[in-house]
Structure formats: structure tokens, C-alpha cells
Design a protein around this ligand. Structure first.
Ligand code: GLN
Length: 342
């Protein structure tokens, strides 16, 4: 009798342990197999299935120099959970960061001044208006958020230093995050935007008029220069990875590790990174992302990986059409939506 009870208990003990073990094994293998499944072949499939969407968009030409971009170039890059970089398509193709530079400038400004000071005269709001909208300056006197132009111009003006110092700090941070010292800005695109960016100049002077900005037009030039920094899709995947992982670089360098900062940046990407499309984007893709009118999008998969895409033709909101479709397809395949994790 006692012996059979002992055997029963023993069998129960073994089976409970076995099921725990298999659960753990299952958990582990899901994480590993996701990474294993992200291969060049899969990325190439995603690219091939979605590149035709580029024909639905239009290359930005309100900055004349951008209008010369090749509409056919397309690239897709991922930095996986182990920091491994996988890229397909026109991986060497450089394009200007444009609005994606806003998240880097925000990082530098907050590092120097603290979040409270940076957001003293700026909101955390989303918007139903395009990136160059500045109506809030008339109503509340403050930019809506640091992701739209008005807030981004204010943000870079808060970075310490004369002349192009603030821009140099942003450039240095982009080089650090991507571990790519060859990154520079495109002088021709910069001059083209400086010459034609009257609307941005208008916002700069409205903020100067209300005392939000005190410096000279060098500060506006810094904004134009940061927008003209040239990167590849791979650089954008590394940036996405960095903010997804508490500001730790893809190779594990943790010198800037800062959870508060990565939370701030990713939340801004989520509410305003895709401008007035951000709400719908969050609904469909559910990942913090930042686009630029150069055709790039950087995506952070919180705690996991980074995605970088490039395709110049844009939709009516100024977001890359094929880039969006590639991200949608890829995130569905791997269940990356943070509102419905696999
Ligand atoms: N340089 C561009 C501008 O200020 C950036 C806008 C964007 O990428 N959405 O108009």
C-alpha cells in the first residue's frame, strides 16, 4: 500500500518536472527559432512580395534635390535579437535620414538638459495633421511633439553649442549607434532644403518671436543638416535596435544604456513617428517606428530587434509605401505586434 503510494508520488513528481522542462524548452525554442527563421532568404521574400507597392507612391520633390532620388531602389534590413545584421536589396544605397534624425536629436537634447526641460515648452501629443503643421504654435504657443518639424526645430535648438556644434553632436550619435564613422551629411540636399525650407524658417521665427528659441539661424541650419545625414537601411535597423534595447548598441556596447530614454523615444515614435498616420499604423503594425521623407523607416521591436527599410516613393502622409508594406508583412510573419505578441 505504502509502496504504491510512493510510486504514485514519484510518477507525479517526475511528470510535473518533465512538463515544466518541456514548457521551458518550448519557450526557449520559440525565441531561438524566431531568430533562426529570420534569414536572408525570408527577407528577400518579403522584399520581392512588396516592392511593387513602390509604384503607388511618389518621390518627395518639395525639397528639389530629393526629387532626383531613384524610385526603384529598395532595401530591407533587420538586426535580430542577438545583434546580428541581415540585409537584402540595395543595401549600399544611401539616402537622407530626414525626420528620422529627430529621434537622435531628441536623445542628445534630453541627455544634456533632462526630459523636463526639453518638454517644458513642447507636448507629448499625437496629431491628425502632417509633419509640417504648426497650428499649435498659434493656439498654445508650444509645438505638439518633437516628431513634427516645429518640435524638432525647437529640440535641436536646445542642444548646447554655437554654430554647427549641435548638428555635430547629432551626427556623432548617429555614427556611434551605427558604428559607422563614414556617415556624413549630404551638402547638396542640405543646401536645397535651406534654400526652399521657408515653412520651417517660418516656424523657427514664430518660436523666436515667442521666446522659445533665442539663437541665430545657425540653429535652423542644424535642423536642415541633421535631416541631410545620409544612411543605409542597415544603419536604420541598428538605430531601431538601439532604442528597442534600452540604448544598448547592436554589438552590446552599453555606454549609453538608459531605459528611461529608450522608453521616451519609443513612445514618441509610437504616437507621432508616422505623423497623422501614427494611430492607424499603431493599429496595423503595433511597433514604434519613425519615417523620413527620404524614404526610410526605422522600427523598434521593444526588447528585441530593429528593422530598417528604404524605398523612396511616399504615400500622402510622407511615409514610404513599399517600406510600410514590407514592415507589415514581416511583422505579421513573426508576430511582432506588441499588442498581440505570439
Ligand atoms: N527635412 C524635412 C522637412 O523639414 C523633414 C520632414 C520629414 O522627413 N517628414 O520638411
Amino acid at each position: 500500500m505504502q509502496k504504491s503510494l510512493f510510486i504514485k508520488l514519484f510518477v507525479l513528481f517526475v511528470s510535473v518536472n518533465m512538463s515544466c522542462f518541456s514548457l521551458n524548452a518550448q519557450k526557449k525554442s520559440t525565441a531561438i527559432s524566431t531568430d533562426n527563421k529570420i534569414t536572408e532568404k525570408v527577407l528577400q521574400e518579403v522584399l520581392d512580395q512588396n516592392k511593387h507597392f513602390a509604384s503607388q507612391g511618389k518621390v518627395a520633390d518639395y525639397i528639389p534635390e530629393l526629387g532626383k532620388m531613384n524610385a526603384d531602389a529598395i532595401a530591407f534590413s533587420v538586426v535580430d535579437t542577438n545583434g546580428k545584421v541581415i540585409s537584402v536589396g540595395d543595401t549600399d544605397k544611401k539616402f537622407t535620414m530626414q525626420s528620422i534624425s529627430k529621434i537622435i536629436a531628441l536623445m542628445v537634447a534630453v541627455q544634456e538638459n533632462g526630459e523636463e526641460a526639453v518638454f517644458k515648452n513642447m507636448g507629448y501629443f499625437g496629431s491628425d495633421k502632417p509633419f509640417n503643421h504648426f497650428g499649435s504654435l498659434e493656439i498654445t504657443g508650444k509645438p505638439l511633439n518633437p516628431m513634427m518639424n516645429a518640435g524638432a526645430i525647437l529640440t535641436v535648438s536646445m542642444i548646447e553649442g554655437d554654430g554647427e556644434t549641435a548638428f555635430q553632436k547629432v551626427l556623432k550619435m548617429v555614427r556611434f549607434i551605427t558604428k559607422n564613422n563614414n556617415i556624413n551629411y549630404n551638402e547638396t540636399v542640405y543646401l536645397s532644403e535651406k534654400e526652399t525650407g521657408h515653412r520651417n524658417r517660418g516656424m523657427f521665427y514664430i518660436m523666436k518671436n515667442s521666446g522659445l528659441i533665442n539663437g541665430t539661424e545657425d540653429q535652423l541650419d542644424n535642423y536642415f543638416k541633421q535631416c541631410s545625414i545620409e544612411v543605409t537601411a542597415e544603419d536604420l535597423a541598428k538605430i531601431g535596435y538601439f532604442f528597442a534595447n534600452e540604448c544598448v548598441r547592436f554589438d552590446g556596447d552599453a555606454i549609453y544604456k538608459n531605459t528611461d530614454l529608450s522608453k521616451l523615444i519609443q513612445s514618441q515614435m509610437m504616437v507621432a513617428g508616422m505623423y497623422e498616420f501614427s494611430g492607424e499604423y499603431a493599429r496595423r503594425i503595433g511597433l514604434p517606428s519613425k519615417s523620413g521623407v527620404g524614404g526610410g523607416i526605422t522600427v523598434s521591436v521593444p526588447g528585441k530587434m530593429g528593422i530598417g527599410v528604404f524605398s523612396a516613393p511616399l504615400d500622402s502622409h510622407g511615409n514610404s509605401v513599399a517600406g510600410y508594406q514590407m514592415i507589415l508583412n514581416f511583422s505579421k510573419r513573426f508576430g511582432l505586434n506588441i499588442f498581440a505578441p505570439k
